[in-house]
Design a protein around this ligand. Structure first.
Ligand SMILES: C[S@@+](CC[C@H](N)C(=O)[O-])C[C@H]1O[C@@H](n2cnc3c(N)ncnc32)[C@H](O)[C@@H]1O
Length: 333
């Protein structure tokens, strides 16, 4: 894989697009033949989003998290329709079956690690299934597809990375055929006032670097209203993180519904999945903790602490109403 641009004073390539070639997949069952579109960039012209995703979704992180959540946990790319496109679908292609054999799935993710692992696993699938999948490295906000070319667009737990939700929804609306379905799950902000720890996690800052004046109630914003807006603290007002790792843009359910409707979608529905999330996460945390020794010998003590504390925090924040896992469905008429 070509590395994305990294700072360091050298001329590097920034990958604009990289995807496996359909002809090779269809005629030879070979997903490993890829074409790339890359641009030379100077060392200073760094691609911050791609670099952040490379760190956030490092191979160790992807494989380590699968140990907590289950092999092939990363994404469910199962979409029963023809001409499907699943954004940020990534590696989980294993349980495509039945109806899926009649569909074509196009998985897109900006993380080269995600796509690399997806293609590696695609190569091990049985021939008919292998030929139904195509993966692509692209930024979903800058890539473009033919108008009205997909029946279903599916995304799991990825839109919280995107601040420009309205722009994304307009693109998705354009790519869907009339009658097409947009289905996604995502982590949203809940109705409760976000704690310092929660805001710090979202912004990649350490809790002690988030000053009290950045907390929403200090701005006089009621928690209900705040829950309906982006939880990313105003960038200018947050003390820069020493090692900025998380930069999420969580929005409340009402923001999602409003943005979907103003992008043109109708019949927008939203479902609260918090109970399921907490039940599944608690079971996973218990199993992960009991497999601690084996995990540490394959990964590290630090990775174990990071994964288990993230899981425990997410359970707590969901229980407290700061975080909310939801499913959304919207139709293009
Ligand atoms: C939490 S992971 C979820 C991955 C997968 N959908 C799943 O549920 O297992 C979020 C994914 O969104 C991808 N992502 C974030 N911003 C993106 C963008 N602008 N374009 C494409 N993918 C993006 C990340 O690289 C990452 O793989």
């Amino acid at each position: 894989m070509l590395p994305s641009a990294t700072a360091g004073g050298q001329a590097l390539f920034k990958i604009l697009r990289g995807k496996s070639i359909l002809t090779y997949i269809h005629y030879h069952g070979n997903p490993n033949q890829l074409c790339f579109l890359a641009r030379r960039v100077d060392g200073e012209e760094s691609d911050q989003l791609a670099q952040f995703l490379q760190r956030e979704y490092s191979v160790v992180n992807i494989l380590g998290r699968e140990r907590a959540h289950g092999y092939m946990w990363w994404s469910t790319a199962c979409v029963p329709a023809c001409g499907c496109w699943t954004w940020a679908a990534a590696p989980e292609v294993g349980h495509l079956h039945g109806a899926a054999l009649r569909v074509h799935v196009h998985g897109v993710d900006l993380s080269t690690n995600m796509i690399h692992i997806a293609i590696e696993r695609q190569g091990k699938l049985e021939e008919p299934l292998k030929k139904k999948l195509q993966f692509e490295i692209s930024d979903i906000l800058t890539v473009d597809y033919e108008r009205e070319s997909y029946d279903v667009i599916y995304s799991r737990d990825s839109i919280f990375h995107i601040p420009e939700k309205q722009k994304l929804f307009r693109h998705i609306y354009r790519w869907l055929r009339p009658g097409g379905i947009f289905f996604f799950t995502d982590f949203c902000s809940g109705p409760a006032i976000p704690s310092r720890e929660f805001l710090a996690y979202i912004d990649g800052a350490k809790p002690d670097r988030v000053s009290p004046e950045h907390l929403p109630y200090q701005h006089g914003i009621s928690c209900k209203v705040f829950g309906n807006f982006c939880v990313t603290p105003p960038r200018a007002s947050v003390t820069p993180a020493v090692n900025s790792r998380h930069r999420y843009s969580l929005a409340g359910k009402d923001v999602y519904v409003k943005e979907l409707e103003s992008a043109g979608f109708t019949d927008v529905t939203s479902e609260d999945l918090n109970e399921d999330f907490m039940k599944i996460s608690k079971a996973e945390l218990k199993a992960f903790t009991s497999a601690r020794e084996a995990f540490i010998s394959d990964f590290s003590e630090e990775d174990f602490a990071e994964i288990s504390s993230t899981l425990a925090n997410k359970i707590q924040w969901t229980q407290e109403g700061q975080l909310s896992w939801r499913a959304f469905m919207a139709i293009k008429n």
